[in-house]
Structures are given as structure tokens and as C-alpha cells.
Design a protein around this ligand. Structure first.
Ligand code: ADP
Ligand code: UDP
Length: 240
């Protein structure tokens, strides 16, 4: 392990814990098997999810770094723990959609699975008490959630992440329907990709059968949740 020691728990979220380290610029994220949906109303466990999400996130983040998207990744410490750069999270859920699904389909009355003519970038205000309301650029700027320059950087990186991931997943027989990412600011003000990229935060459909290989199986009580997460690991080539 890098030359740091694990300190006190700073935060426990729905899917991860965050710990301080002896380096004030670094924290350790610890991925849990806990699963929630509908803003915490539905709770459960997806056995092995923490390990899968940790490893998949780190794999995606190291590839994205090579594509020119800076990330918080420093070093994977164990199956569930990763050392990352400490950031102050920009309170935006940054969502990209390639195919209609989920809340977009409901809101717009567009059938799930309909391909969009171009990718959509949308924002939600990251605030559990308000249920992460849908907002636009003007809300983000008017509420001071970030600056115009930061929002431009976030949008540029988000599309880059999408472009890379669509191609990558296509290559392993998976359609990337939509996903959510988060960005943070380091102590010197640099915007970097933070949090995670996993079946919890992306919709993955098998390209041929359209079988769901993501958290929708948990949200919608479809069964085969663990198997779907494992299948994604297998396709990526990450299963032991
Ligand atoms: P939630 O807070 O929505 O329940 P998690 O259980 O995933 O989500 O908790 C992890 C928390 O850590 C999230 O709030 C996320 O924004 C935050 N986080 C992710 N990466 C970093 C980082 N590099 N530095 C500080 N906080 C981070
Ligand atoms: N998403 C997420 N966390 C959230 C909300 C959404 O990771 O709090 C992801 C979700 O997995 C999907 C994409 O963002 O890949 C778009 O989700 P949508 O807005 O359709 O919401 P949902 O149907 O999940 O409520």
C-alpha cells in the first residue's frame, strides 16, 4: 500500500464508506454489498457487489485516465478498498443517456429501448432530502453548485466518458443505455471524475438479447441480480 495509514470513518453512504488517511489529500473508499433504490426506500444486499463495483470502477477509471479524463483513482488496496484523491464533490448527478430508459421514459412517454438520435446530457441536484431533483445548467449556476467554467469541463469530460464507454462495452457485447457519474474538485481546484462506474450506476443491456445486466434487476425485482453483476465482470475479463 502507498505510504499512508487508514484513519477514522468520515462518512457512510448507501453503497460505500469513506475513511480519512494519514495524508489529508487522500481518502479510502470501502465498497459495501448494501443496495438501495428509489432514494433509499428499497433496501437489500447484493452479495459480492462491493468487490465487483470496486474492481470495475478502478478498471474503467484507469482506462479513462489514458483517454485524457483525470480521475480520483490512486491505488486499489484490497477487494473492497481503494485509495483515492480526496475531493469536494460537485453536488450534481451527471447523467448521459444513449437509449430511452428509466425516469426519462416515464417523464417523456418514450418506450424503453428506443435509441435516441443523439446522446442526452442531464443533471440532477445531488440532494437526498429533495430526491435528487432534475435541474438544468442555469439552476446549477444560479444556485452556485459550480462555475460556468467547471460546468463546461464536466460536460466535456462526460461526453468523453460516454464516447469511450459506448465503444468499450459494444466490444464485449453490451449496449450502454445510460449512466450517472460524479465529479469533484481537488484542493487546487482541478475537476476530476470521482465516485464510481459500475452496474449500480450504469444501465447495461446485452446487445443481442437486451437482457438487463445491471441494478434494474434489483430495482424491479427481476431476480438474477448477483449473476448479472458477475456476468459483467466476466465479459470485462475481471473475474478471478
Ligand atoms: P451516497 O452518498 O449517495 O449514499 P455512496 O454510498 O456511494 O453514496 O457514498 C460515497 C460518497 O462519497 C458519495 O457521497 C460520493 O459523492 C463521495 N465520494 C466519492 N468519491 C469521493 C472522493 N474522491 N472524495 C470525497 N468524497 C467522495
Ligand atoms: N443513477 C444512479 N444514481 C441515481 C440515479 C440514477 O446511478 O441516484 C443512474 C441509473 O443507474 C441509470 C442512470 O443514472 O443508469 C439514469 O437513471 P434514471 O434517471 O433513469 O433514474 P432511475 O430510473 O434509476 O430512477
Amino acid at each position: 500500500m502507498a505510504n499512508v495509514t487508514k484513519g477514522a470513518q468520515l462518512y457512510e453512504g448507501k453503497a460505500k464508506k469513506v475513511f480519512a488517511t494519514s495524508d489529508p489529500e487522500l481518502v479510502i473508499v470501502d465498497y459495501k454489498d448494501d443496495a438501495t433504490a428509489f432514494n433509499g426506500e428499497k433496501k437489500g444486499t447484493i452479495v459480492g457487489k462491493g468487490v465487483i463495483n470496486n474492481k470495475m470502477t478502478n478498471f474503467m477509471f484507469s482506462m479513462l485516465e489514458k483517454e485524457g479524463v483525470p480521475t480520483h483513482l490512486v491505488e486499489e488496496l484490497s477487494d473492497r478498498e481503494t485509495l483515492v484523491k480526496k475531493v469536494s464533490i460537485v453536488p450534481l448527478e451527471v447523467i448521459i443517456r444513449n437509449v430511452a430508459a428509466g425516469s426519462f421514459s416515464k417523464r417523456m412517454g418514450v418506450e424503453e429501448g428506443k435509441a435516441l438520435l443523439c446522446p442526452i446530457l442531464e443533471y440532477s441536484y445531488k440532494n437526498d432530502d429533495l430526491g435528487d431533483p432534475f435541474i438544468n445548467d442555469y439552476y446549477a449556476l444560479a444556485l452556485g453548485l459550480c462555475t460556468k467554467e467547471e460546468l463546461d469541463t464536466i460536460a466535456k469530460y462526460a461526453f468523453k466518458v460516454n464516447e469511450f464507454m459506448v465503444k468499450f462495452f459494444k466490444g464485449i457485447g453490451v449496449d450502454l443505455i445510460d449512466f450517472k457519474i460524479e465529479f469533484g474538485k481537488t484542493s487546487d481546484g482541478t475537476i476530476i471524475l470521482a465516485d464510481e462506474i459500475s452496474p449500480d450506476t450504469c444501465r447495461f443491456w446485452d446487445s443481442k438479447t437486451h437482457e438487463k445486466l445491471d441494478k434494474d434487476r434489483f430495482r424491479r425485482d427481476m431476480g438474477g441480480v448477483e449473476e448479472a453483476y458477475q456476468e459483467m465482470m466476466k465479459r470485462i475479463g475481471l473475474n478471478k
